[in-house]
Design a protein around this ligand. Structure first.
Ligand code: KG4
Ligand code: ZN
Length: 350
């Protein structure tokens, strides 16, 4: 019988990870190569877009070659090239998009444009064969915080989003303020284990729905993290003025608890309101151990099935782009060589 497997080469370069992967039939990850630029950006306390683009250009060919080699395939075995075309840093996205278009042009392999957040959501399929829409996905990354109702493959309803800082951005900014450096999320996660999460009562922002906002219907699922970040900064200042020592682990644990409480509450409210007994986590912050524990506890209590991708599939990677690309392939959603980077691409927009 003819082998009908669909093999996709996926490319991701939206921020500071140069990544390529080979994914078969939307589930089987044959290779997942990630070249992180964290070491370079750490020197500047955050991602420097110009440097990110230059590093992507230096690394992308090698990363793709390695992904093909590790998967034991050549371009002859590839059915489509899926590439992240937004949202993200425009110069960084352009490197992946130009690379994918060049390979497609030279070989005739069809091209697929993938939404980065859709990729994050699809990461949950990789290790969980039984996961199928409909479900609620909590997408928490450095650039995005979205609560999404996944009605079907490629059919998303955004229930809530951040009105200011993304969750990961708040982790990174607070980490910098307490001297932990970049990237803040994993560092706060580690240090918080030694701290008392009840030591400082930071605010849990509650937002009312915006009148007439079509994208956030009804029930106040939006997030806001800049007030919490300011509360941490005010606390640090007032302690300093009073001449008291800061217990970094307590600040980290208390801040992390405030973030995870809000994320957990919103996700559980959505699950209840939409009578959905499946929740998945996505994005870099989804690798946070306190968030995973808090959501797990709430899901167990509510009889909700929880799907958390392994940390390597939470932070930016190309395997998730290969999975999202597979569902576009099935639908015949191919791009042509006019595909461009769209830094503010909206979920569900093509
Ligand atoms: O999804 P991602 O790799 O990139 C974006 O699409 O933004 O997310 C990166 C973000 C960073 O803000 C980083 O601090 C955060 O995810 N992060 C974490 C953890 N690991 C990464 N935040 C909290 N706890 C972690 N363990
Ligand atoms: Zn991401």
């Amino acid at each position: 019988m003819e082998d009908k497997a669909i093999t996709i080469l996926a490319i991701e370069s939206s921020c500071d990870e140069t990544a390529a992967a080979v994914v078969k039939d939307g589930r089987l990850v044959m290779s997942n190569i990630i070249s992180s630029q964290i070491d370079i950006h750490t020197l500047y306390g955050g991602v420097v877009p110009e440097i990110a683009s230059r590093k992507h250009i230096e690394r992308i060919n090698r990363v793709i070659e390695q992904a093909l080699k590790e998967a034991g395939v050549t371009l002859h075995d590839i059915d489509a090239i899926a590439v992240t075309y937004g949202p993200g840093l425009v110069g960084a996205l352009l490197v992946g998009v130009a690379e994918a278009k060049a390979i497609s042009f030279a070989t005739g392999i069809p091209l697929i444009g993938v939404h980065h957040i859709e990729g994050h959501i699809c990461a949950a399929y990789i290790e969980h064969e039984d996961l199928k829409p409909p479900f609620i996905s909590l997408v928490v990354s450095g650039g995005h915080t979205h609560l999404v109702r996944v009605r079907d493959h490629g059919e998303y309803e955004i229930l809530g989003r951040t009105r200011d800082d993304a969750a990961g951005e708040a982790f990174d900014k607070v980490a910098r303020a307490i001297g932990l450096g970049y990237p803040g999320g994993p560092k706060i996660d580690r240090v918080a284990k030694e701290g008392n999460a009840g030591a400082i009562e930071f605010p849990r922002p509650k937002l009312r729905p915006l009148a007439g906002d079509q994208n956030s219907p009804g029930s106040g699922y939006d997030f806001s993290f800049s007030g919490l970040k300011s509360a941490v900064l005010n606390y640090l200042n007032s302690e300093k003025m009073a001449g008291r020592d800061i217990v970094v682990a307590d600040v980290a644990a208390s801040f992390q608890k405030a973030v995870t409480d809000v994320l957990t509450e919103h996700a559980m409210n959505a699950v209840k309101e939409f009578d959905c007994d499946v929740l998945s986590l996505a994005g870099g912050v989804a690798s946070n151990s306190a968030l995973r524990a808090s959501v797990k506890e709430a899901c167990d209590a509510a009889g909700v099935k929880l799907y958390c991708p392994s940390p390597v599939f939470c932070t930016d990677n190309a395997a998730m782009i290969g999975v999202a690309g597979y569902y576009e392939y099935i639908k015949g959603n191919f791009a042509d060589l006019s595909l461009n980077a769209v830094p503010d691409l909206k979920l569900g927009q093509r």
